[in-house]
Write a protein that binds this ligand. Structure first.
Ligand SMILES: O=C(O)COP(=O)(O)O
Ligand SMILES: [Mg+2]
Length: 226
């Protein structure tokens, strides 16, 4: 019988943490700088998951701010300055996350983070929420050359904890998490409460979970199905 998959790669936004409220504040501070009205939280939530640059571009488009490609980096820097100034004012771990990460650690799972959020904000948030120590590695979008959905990002997050894709499961909330897992022939689990834009049933994940606390049982279920 093959070894139990004991390495877990976690997405961050929409999977471990509900970060949309602080992201929305930073987006709206950027728009205020530009003299534009605010966007709504549900609209901004749908813009999350493809990295901060894409988020800013989507927000500028939604707010009808004309922008040329060469200006985007300046807008991104401005957004990140707002975001990093207060990344954990309203951001919280989803229900059951700290407790379940502790259960998984006690059960011998090795955990890593693979997120399209930039590294600095990611580290600040995981530290502030007391979650950083559960992970052997934390890889933000700018820690790699090719971010999710490119499989290199997921592969690097696994290598950083000494794991291979054959030993691992991806846990995320969007197509950007399922795609790299599939590319590496890894099973994936998506959290139904997350920010994924596509209908859950179309993602092609092995399991859809409503509740983070259900993860240990879901992982057992995946093992039994092998
Ligand atoms: O797009 C982002 O900034 C973060 O998204 P992720 O943590 O869901 O990868
Ligand atoms: Mg996500």
């Amino acid at each position: 019988m093959s070894q139990r998959r004991d390495a877990l790669a976690f997405d961050l936004d929409g999977t471990l943490i509900d970060s949309a409220p602080d992201i929305a504040i930073a987006v709206n501070r950027l728009l205020a700088d530009l003299g534009r009205p605010e966007l709504d939280l549900p609209d901004i939530r749908r813009m999350i998951g493809d990295g901060a640059g894409t988020l800013v571009e989507r927000a500028l488009t939604a707010a009808s701010v004309p922008h040329r490609a060469e200006e985007l980096n300046g807008y991104l820097k401005r957004f990140l300055a707002h975001y990093e100034a207060e990344p954990v004012r309203l951001t919280r771990a989803y229900a059951g996350v700290p407790e379940t990460l502790a259960v998984l650690r006690a059960a011998g799972y090795r955990c890593t983070v693979c997120t399209n959020k930039p590294q600095r904000a990611t580290d600040m948030i995981l530290e502030a929420l007391g979650l950083a120590s559960y992970f052997g590695a934390i890889l933000g979008a700018d820690a790699v050359q090719n971010r999710k959905p490119h499989p290199d990002h997921l592969a690097a997050a696994l290598t950083a904890i000494g794991a291979t894709s054959g030993e691992a499961v991806m846990i995320g909330d969007s197509a950007n998490d399922v795609a790299p897992a599939r590319a590496l022939s890894m099973p994936s689990i998506v959290m139904a409460y997350g920010y994924g834009r596509a209908p859950l049933s179309e993602l092609g994940a092995d399991l859809i979970l409503e509740d983070f606390a259900g993860l240990p049982d879901a992982l057992d279920q995946l093992e039994t199905a092998r």
